[in-house]
Write a protein that binds this ligand. Structure first.
Ligand SMILES: Cc1cc2nc3c(=O)[nH]c(=O)nc-3n(C[C@H](O)[C@H](O)[C@H](O)COP(=O)(O)OP(=O)(O)OC[C@H]3O[C@@H](n4cnc5c(N)ncnc54)[C@H](O)[C@@H]3O)c2cc1C
Length: 400
């Protein structure tokens, strides 16, 4: 009788899950040890979320930042299953899929289902505000902006002066130009509270240059189809708006919350430094988990961290299956980058501080290097190289 191969199920194909699957497929398995690797995601495409803003300005296209899994996983031996995970029975080691009779059995599980935007924090937000986390959100915003194209003025309120809020404000102000009235609403007394001073200053200057109004120490009271009520120093003002974007907060998906494993007060899974949960056969990473690394550092909920954790989860699964010692995760903070408009960005980290067009190019190149699979990097890289040539040809072709 032939023995069934070990089966690893990875739930969620984002920065944590997809990169874990790719890492696992590259490890030196013997023929006998080689596991079946199954990647499960509700969507058909991976999303490189740090570049989602570029869809709004037409700088990048969907295929560049959201390649289909089938394309990325071709020739890797990884099986892709497009399905929504409904629950996991950790006792019998089975994943239940929404609206399906079949279950996915596993020997080892990786939980990498990321986070969701809590859109119901103030009255009216769930009905009238648009979150900005997925391709569907970007398309919804695009549709709204197109419907407003005949209008002389487009009034946008962006809730949250963190990275997403600032980056969105810069891109939208640049896209709309003189027609735009973009307002950034922040509850604290400054934007980008956790950023290095250099990035905060570059961002403030970019917002000012683009004419974005910044409301500090201001809370959202409620949102309707045509207006937003803002509270500043106990006084409430109601301001007419066409679009409200909600960028505040991250919450853990209900399916992760329901797992009978150790959680913190934010419902994230609590991990050991080897990125295991309280069940050693279940690993977790990314936004759905809380991790204190081997040096005692709290690991942030970023793509940068999930990407680094994926390397360790892949390696530690290999070590567990092949009876080798597991490695405790060590997070390396490489700094942060932000887009501040079409040809402007800021970055600081590893002793380097840069803003303006050079930072924009450096950011693009670093993200190109981080994209999954060499094939995709080459396709996107060639497209970026050819873009100036296409622009030049288009500008020289005679107008009809
Ligand atoms: C607009 C935006 C910009 C960002 N910019 C940056 C940045 O510049 N730098 C940075 O470091 N970080 C950035 N981040 C944060 C970063 O994207 C996240 O921290 C990172 O993606 C977390 O990785 P993850 O694998 O935990 O989750 P994700 O990458 O979100 O992946 C989770 C995956 O799980 C799938 N999933 C969820 N629930 C289910 C289910 N029930 N069934 C099946 N599949 C499911 C989802 O479809 C998704 O593909 C940004 C985030 C956003 C939204």
């Amino acid at each position: 009788m032939t023995q069934q191969p070990t089966r690893i199920c990875i739930l969620g194909g984002g920065f944590g899950g997809l990169y874990t699957a790719l890492r696992l497929s590259q490890l030196p398995w013997t023929k006998l040890e080689k596991p079946d690797i199954v990647l499960v995601d509700q969507r058909d495409r991976f999303l490189f979320s740090p570049l989602l803003y570029e869809l709004l300005t037409g700088e990048l296209e969907t295929w560049e930042i959201a390649p289909p899994y089938t394309e990325l996983l071709a020739n890797t031996g990884i099986q892709f299953c497009q399905a929504e995970v409904a629950s996991v029975d950790v006792e019998v080691k089975q994943v239940h899929i929404k609206d399906a009779e079949t279950v996915l059995p596993y020997d080892y599980l990786v939980v990498a289902m990321g986070g969701e935007t809590p859109i119901d924090l103030v009255p009216g937000a769930a009905e009238f505000a648009i979150p900005f986390r997925t391709i569907a959100d970007a398309y919804r915003l695009e549709e709204k902006l197109r419907s407003l194209e005949p209008a002389d003025k487009v009034r946008i309120a962006i809730i949250g002066g963190g990275y997403s809020g600032v980056e969105l404000a810069c891109k939208l102000a640049e896209r709309l130009g003189d027609r735009g009235r973009v307002r950034l609403v922040e509850a604290a007394d400054q934007i980008l509270r956790t950023s290095p001073e250099f990035n905060r200053k570059a961002a403030s200057e970019a917002l000012e240059k683009l004419g974005v109004f910044v409301d500090l120490e201001t809370k959202v009271e409620s949102i309707t189809a045509e207006a937003i009520a803002l509270e500043y120093r106990e006084q409430v003002d109601t301001i007419p708006v066409d679009v409200v974007l909600w960028t505040v907060g991250t919450k853990v998906a209900p399916v992760v919350q329901a797992l009978p494993l150790k959680h913190n007060s934010r419902h994230q899974l609590v991990l050991t430094p080897t990125l295991q949960t309280d069940r050693p056969e279940i690993f977790a990473l990314g936004d759905s988990a809380e991790c204190i690394d081997a040096e005692g550092q709290k690991v942030p909920g970023t793509a940068q961290a999930a990407f680094q954790q994926a390397d360790y989860v892949g390696w530690n699964l290999w070590a567990l299956i092949t009876d080798k010692p597991l490695l405790p995760f060590r997070y390396q903070a490489f700094g942060e980058m932000m887009t501040l408009g079409k040809d402007n960005a800021t970055l600081s980290g590893l002793g380097v501080k840069l803003d303006g067009p050079f930072a924009h190019i450096a950011r693009r190149l670093m993200y190109l290097y981080r994209m999954p699979t060499l094939d995709h990097q080459i396709k996107v890289g060639l497209n970026w190289i050819m873009q100036p040539v296409r622009d030049l040809l288009a500008s020289q072709s005679p107008r009809p």
